[in-house]
Design a protein. Structure first.
Lengths: 258, 293
């Protein structure tokens, strides 16, 4: 591990607190950094605030009223909150827990949905190129090139999830947020997604929420352990898994709770 | 012990079989009237159904009497009712479909806010208002104050008010079935709110929306009471919205009141029934073809 913090972190979270109801914080005063071209896994037991933290990074919380956010998140040194949400979400893509391709769109349309939904007009050959590249990047191209114009929901769950990753990276974001992307998938589909993430980190910075410790150990470079809304411990995955500093991290990793 | 058990099982099997036949009988009893209705209408009405039935307005009593006495088919048809019905239904649709969709989307998007629940309760109340009362209201508003006389516009007004709650309810109910993750997927791509509604919510729920609209249409196509107080009826084909027009159900009522035209009651009823039935079938086929949720 020689590639230490020579470059500025992509994401810098500073004193972030999020409350769904006034005074009841789901995320409490979290400060952390995410390194460029790495996979950062956020883990912790259910209800620890890991998804809440992740969803703050592309300001998904703004879809729902009454969610209070304090603190700051910097993307490339600039706060994400004054940014236009459209610009932010182009730079920070997201993949959800359950595959959610747009059911009214074909596979092809799903991949370029980011463009069509934002009224960005592309020439047909540009679109074709984006679709092929994105689908190749998620290793789906060979499986679906024959039926690009069938509905995305016609694919299997694992294929749908890779389609959703393709949809997110078709926009060429800097950061890719994944909220338990394999929890609804079978082991084979899961391992395909995991391999895929290993490839994708060459181009993108990946933040992954998972409640699956072995998944975090397998694929992540950095890990964060959250408990009851607090960031208990963060650091290199290797270090955190072998020599946890906090007793709670150790208890979680050894299966005492969670 | 063994015998007891076997007896017990036998008894339960008998009860099972009995209940099964009772359920089948119940289903048959419900279905039979539908076939009887269609069959009766078809038998009594088919003779009048020809090209003229759709292209000519209703005959006058004298023509009908002459035909009846010589045993011929009654001349004329329901063209005035057909055009009047279509005219009013189209106007009512033009107003109520966009308004209903927008209100439905609003209620879905703001479901828990106080103002939205208020609107929702009003919609429910509106749906329960007897149609004759809507006729009286349209009479008061439009016939008395706007067109200064019975008119297609007044009829459309009553029909619009009838359609609105149906469309609003079905829109909201359909949209509720869209998983929240689909919305989030759109937002996560930076989609602006209005684009999300136009390009995601509405297409995804298209089958439900279309079904709601078609069912609302088939509901109001058969409405008679409010039209008596608003459109009144007209012996000739008219497309002037400020003048009285006829409608198919109004014609059925007219035919019923004229002993010479009784035969036409069956034909017009048969037509209306088949029309409404095909609307229902159409909505079904749309629903299955574009079903995403």
């Amino acid at each position: 591990m020689s590639d230490t913090h020579t470059t500025e972190p992509v994401l810098k979270i500073e004193g972030l607190s999020i409350a769904y109801e006034p005074g009841r914080y789901a995320v409490k005063d979290v400060s952390a950094t995410v390194r460029r071209n790495s996979i950062t896994a956020i883990m912790g037991p259910s209800g620890c605030g890991k998804s809440t933290l992740l969803r703050a990074m592309n300001r998904m919380h703004e879809l729902y009223p009454n969610i209070e956010t304090r603190g700051d998140i910097l993307l490339d040194g600039k706060s994400i909150f004054p940014m236009s949400v459209i610009e932010l979400r182009r730079k920070v893509g997201m993949v959800f827990q359950r595959p959610n391709p747009f059911p009214n769109m074909t596979i092809y349309e799903n991949v370029v949905a980011g463009y069509s939904l934002n009224d960005i007009r592309l020439k047909k050959n540009q679109r074709d190129e984006i679709v092929e590249n994105a689908l190749r990047n998620v290793t789906l191209w060979d499986e679906v090139k024959e039926f690009l114009f069938r509905k995305g929901t016609f694919l299997s769950g694992g294929q749908q999830q890779r389609l959703c990753v393709a949809r997110a990276i078709a926009f060429n974001p800097e950061v890719l947020l994944l909220d338990e992307p394999t929890s609804a998938l079978d082991p084979i589909a899961t391992s395909k997604i995991e391999d895929l993430l290993g490839e994708l980190k060459k181009k993108y910075t990946i933040v992954l929420v998972t409640h699956n410790m072995s998944q975090a150990a397998r694929i992540s470079d950095d890990s964060m352990f959250m408990y009851l809304g607090e960031l208990v411990e963060a650091g290199r995955t290797e270090t955190l898994f072998t020599t946890p500093k906090d007793a709670r991290t150790e208890a979680y990793l050894t299966g005492k709770f969670g | 012990m063994d015998n007891l058990l076997i007896d017990n099982i036998r008894r339960r099997n008998r009860t099972n079989t009995r209940l099964k036949y009772i359920i089948i009988a119940g289903a048959v009893i419900t279905v039979v009237p539908i076939f009887l209705i269609v069959g009766n209408l078809a038998l009594k009405g088919y003779r009048q159904i020809n090209l003229a039935f759709f292209t000519e307005p209703a005959p006058d009593t004298f023509q009908a009497m002459m035909a009846a006495s010589s045993g011929e088919v009654i001349p004329g048809g329901i063209a005035n009712g057909l055009t009047g019905s279509l005219l009013m239904v189209i106007i009512a649709s033009l107003v109520s479909i966009p308004l209903g969709l927008m209100t439905g989307v609003y209620l879905y998007e703001n479901g828990t806010k106080r103002y939205a629940s208020f609107i929702r309760s009003l919609t429910e109340i509106l749906q329960g208002v007897p149609s004759i009362i809507l006729g009286i209201i349209a009479y008061l508003w439009v016939v008395r104050n706007i067109t200064r006389g019975y008119s297609a516009l007044a009829g459309s007004t009553a029909l619009t008010i009838m359609m609105l709650p149906l469309i609003i309810r079905s829109t909201e109910e359909t949209m509720k079935m869209i998983p929240v993750t689909i919305r989030e997927a759109a937002f996560a791509l930076g989609t602006p709110y209005y684009k999300m509604i136009i390009k995601v919510l509405i297409p995804v729920s298209f089958s439900g929306l279309a079904t709601g609209v078609l069912l609302a249409l088939s509901r109001i196509l058969g409405e008679t009471a409010p039209l008596m107080l608003t459109a009144l009826g007209s012996p000739s084909v008219s497309l002037d919205v400020t003048r009285p027009v006829s409608a198919v159900p109004l014609l059925i009522w007219d035919f019923y009141n004229d002993p010479n035209m009784v035969n036409l009651v069956w034909s017009a009823s048969l037509f209306l029934m088949v029309f409404v039935l095909s609307m229902n079938l159409l909505s079904r086929s749309i629903a299955s073809k574009h079903k995403y949720i």
